[in-house]
Ligand binder design. Structure first.
Ligand SMILES: [Zn+2]
Length: 80
């Protein structure tokens, strides 16, 4: 058997760098293939919550996770 079951959703996490300084920068969950596409095409990605933003850099430790993304991600993990 050459295939494996992937237990977790194929999503990665990225930061929303478009927010202003007076608002917290959230991590958003973004599908990995979208990040790859954005890296090549230079376009924006759509997070699980529907937030659209350009892929910039790796998330910084300690930053808050977008509550909406987290909720959707938890659902995906359960396979709903
Ligand atoms: Zn989000």
């Amino acid at each position: 058997m050459g295939t494996q079951t992937i237990e977790r959703p194929d999503v990665d996490i990225d930061t929303d760098e478009t927010t202003d300084d007076d608002t917290p920068k959230f991590f958003h969950y973004v599908k990995k293939n979208k990040i790859a596409e954005s890296a090549v095409m230079g376009n924006h990605v759509v997070a699980l919550c529907g937030e659209v933003f350009p892929v910039t850099r790796s998330p910084k430790p300690g930053s808050p996770v977008c509550p909406k993304c987290k909720k959707i991600y938890e659902k995906l993990k359960k396979g709903e």
